[in-house]
Unconditional design. Structure first.
Length: 201
């Protein structure tokens, strides 16, 4: 499906930030361990959970047909972390501003887009993490076979009047995600998917 004009502009505006965020996703490194994976999930939960909490009471999203309870990923992350024995789950305090509908859609573009990337990561887990498939990979599985359809539903809802504000919010969301991930992981030289391709060559 072709991207809507707004989603195409969001993708273009955030491309460099997206690549930078991927540099902190080290679970596709050849030597990634279960501890690395657990740390990644803790980081992702700490970012998704507070954003989803804000979305749950966002009147603009609700009026636009965006049902937050059907888009929640924090429960999946907690299930994965429970399977891995994690108990301490810090939350990111520097979450993006989502006061207006445009800002919320910009932030949602980033967190919803992570579901598309999760499916790619799941298919390329290194040997030490492959046994976790189906046991502690609920977050990476996303909406399963319905991931594409869910993204299309999001695209249908993503039509704020203030597109510039949505783009600014998406950029801010990536910037704050990068800052949060950097507290958990050292930066890799290349984005995650590029590192996998290089390792296979």
């Amino acid at each position: 499906m072709a991207l809507s004009p707004l989603l195409a502009r969001l993708k273009e505006a955030t491309a460099a930030l997206h690549r930078e965020a991927e540099c902190y996703v080290r679970i596709l490194d050849r030597g990634a361990t279960v501890d690395d994976y657990r740390r990644y999930l803790v980081a992702m939960h700490g970012f998704h959970a507070p954003i989803e909490q804000r979305f749950a009471t966002h009147a603009g999203l609700a009026s636009g047909g965006f049902a937050p309870e059907t888009w929640c990923k924090a429960p999946w992350l907690r299930a994965d972390l429970a399977a891995l024995g994690a108990s301490e789950l810090p939350w990111c305090e520097a979450v993006p501003i989502t006061e207006t509908l445009a800002q919320a859609i910009g932030a949602a573009y980033v967190v919803e887009g992570s579901m598309l990337g999760g499916r790619v990561i799941l298919a390329r887990l290194p040997p030490a993490l492959a046994p976790l498939r189906g046991k502690a990979t609920r977050f990476l599985e996303g909406y399963g076979a319905g991931t594409g359809a869910q993204w299309r539903r999001f695209a249908e809802l993503a039509h704020p009047a203030d597109e510039a504000a949505a783009i600014a919010a998406a950029c801010q969301t990536f910037e704050r995600l990068i800052g949060w991930l950097a507290t958990f992981e050292a930066r890799g030289d290349l984005p995650a998917i590029t590192r996998v391709a290089t390792a296979v060559e």
